[in-house]
Design a binder for this molecule. Structure first.
Ligand SMILES: Cc1cc2nc3c(=O)[nH]c(=O)nc-3n(C[C@H](O)[C@H](O)[C@H](O)COP(=O)(O)OP(=O)(O)OC[C@H]3O[C@@H](n4cnc5c(N)ncnc54)[C@H](O)[C@@H]3O)c2cc1C
Length: 457
């Protein structure tokens, strides 16, 4: 009897899963394995919200495997030690897993390859499992990655994506491989109250509802803060409960301007992944050094705390920061505005903001989070690195009726319409009715400070 171990990482699904299908084709039995990896814990990128969502995903993966005659094997510890131990227990011939893009994922693959090959086991690392197109599948002449989105999107759009794979009917798993209990989100402390549910079934339900209804007007409504009319697929794409390739195929089949705009956004995800795969240091270091001398935490400590807590006195910023805490998710327009406010108006290091987002975001992702933060901070791939978003003008444009602010900043719920974006303009007596802070910083002052720092006069 031949046996393969399939190591699940950011691909917690049964549908459209190349490593699982390849393992089932090559071997009689497979061990579907998930390792609660000490190395990821030590890297400090875990968060209660993602732990809770992950627990949902693992429980659902186990259920899906059991319906196919198998089960999920869960282990905790160092990933290489655990994979080797399971491979020995199952007398496995080979390992299948998805290629990752982070420095950690690259090192993990190399360590697994050398440890398993030493024991005479084969290792197969599959591309285009986590992204729609593999990083490096398209490159510009003279470079190992695209540094600008638009030409990448053009090339990416011309490539044929791999076909979608059905979920296997049966997954035979050897009986004698030990597993820990499947975790439950109930055991995770500190989870955001409004956190969405995880798992492949939930992801597929959301994807098919989105392709049937939501996507049609995405081009017109994706920036409408109160409308909340985006797919909310990001945590599912992050944990791989929904496949990026299947998402793109589905959107292309749906067709129309909404679908085109949506596919472009999914391509942004691939874009950031190919940047990080080629430049893993961009997770922590400026992708483009702008010689910033960010205000230190000593200088800006109170302002950083006000930003984190949603008490800056700029209603749309505060609304978005509170949505983040409450749901573990934030609307893309909110992410752009709050990140611009921190890095440009307050001139605080993007790493401070990125770390806070990673603590809460259920879709918190090294590639998408760090590189979007760098994009907004102007140290990344934005071709207009010194643009600054004005939270009042942006609030009026993307929350014209003020409904988003009133939803998340109840202190201002008594203010009607767009007036909610500028409470400081109220007459003194009326202003006193609202227990809401004065603006933390003058926007003109923030803009001038940033421009001077960047020499962008
Ligand atoms: C400062 C900042 C931090 C961010 N951090 C993350 C993060 O940690 N994880 C994350 O998945 N996204 C991140 N984004 C990108 C984007 O905000 C989210 O992907 C999006 O808001 C998720 O909501 P949705 O699924 O409804 O998106 P939709 O608008 O429905 O888009 C569909 C999918 O496209 C992808 N996508 C959309 N916009 C982007 C983008 N700018 N970059 C990369 N992929 C994109 C996502 O996978 C998303 O699920 C960040 C953006 C900014 C400005």
């Amino acid at each position: 009897m031949s046996t393969a171990v399939v190591l699940f990482t950011s691909d917690l699904r049964l549908h459209d899963h190349p490593p699982l299908r390849a393992a089932l084709k090559a071997c009689d039995r497979v061990v579907p394995l998930f390792v609660r990896d000490d190395g990821i814990k030590a890297a400090g990128v875990r968060s209660p919200n993602r732990d809770a969502f992950l627990a949902d995903c693992l429980a659902d993966l186990d259920t899906g495997l059991r319906a196919r005659g198998g089960r999920l094997v869960i282990r905790s510890g160092g990933v290489v030690d655990q994979v080797c131990a399971v491979a020995r227990e199952a007398d496995a011939d080979e390992l299948h897993m998805a290629a990752g893009v982070t420095a950690y994922a690259h090192a993990r693959e190399a360590r697994l390859r050398s440890a398993l090959e030493r024991e005479g086991r084969r290792v197969y690392v599959h591309d285009a499992v986590i992204t729609a197109l593999a990083p490096g599948a398209v490159v510009p002449s003279g470079s190992d990655h695209f540094a600008v989105f638009t030409p990448y999107f053009r090339r990416w759009s011309q490539e044929e994506l791999r076909g979608t794979l059905a979920a296997p009917r049966a997954v035979p798993v050897p009986e004698d491989v030990r597993s820990e209990a499947v975790p439950s989100r109930k055991d995770v402390k500190g989870v955001s109250e409004g956190l969405a549910a995880g798992g492949e079934r939930e992801g597929r339900r959301r994807l098919s509802a989105w392709l049937r209804h939501g996507i049609v007007r995405y081009d017109e409504t994706h920036d409408d803060l109160a409308g909340d009319a985006t797919s909310r697929l990001s945590p599912h794409l992050h944990f791989g409960t929904v496949s990026a390739a299947e998402t793109v195929h589905g959107a292309r089949r749906a067709g129309g301007p909404g679908a085109e705009a949506f596919v472009r956004q999914v391509c942004w995800r691939d874009f950031h992944h190919q940047v990080l795969a080629a430049r893993p240091a961009a997770a922590t270091d400026d992708y483009r050094d702008r010689h910033d001398r960010w205000r230190s935490e000593d200088e800006a400590g109170d302002e950083i705390e006000a930003w984190k807590g949603g008490h800056t006195g700029y209603p749309v910023i505060d609304a978005a920061m509170r949505q983040l805490r409450h749901e573990g998710w934030m609307h893309n327009r909110g992410r752009l505005l709050t990140a611009s406010f921190l890095t440009k108006t307050l001139y605080v290091d993007w790493r401070v903001g990125a770390a806070h987002f990673l603590e809460f975001l259920v879709d918190g992702d090294v590639a998408n989070n760090q590189l979007n933060w760098q994009w907004v901070a102007g140290t990344g791939t934005d071709t207009r690195p010194n643009r600054v978003l004005n939270p009042v003008r942006q609030g009026r444009r993307h929350d014209p009726d003020g409904a988003y602010v009133r939803r998340w900043v109840p202190e201002l719920a008594g203010l009607e319409g767009a007036a909610v974006h500028e409470p400081w303009k109220l007459q003194d007596r009326e202003r006193a009715r609202f227990d809401y802070p004065e603006p933390l910083v003058d926007l003109d002052h923030g803009l001038a400070r940033f421009k001077e720092a960047r020499g962008a006069g």
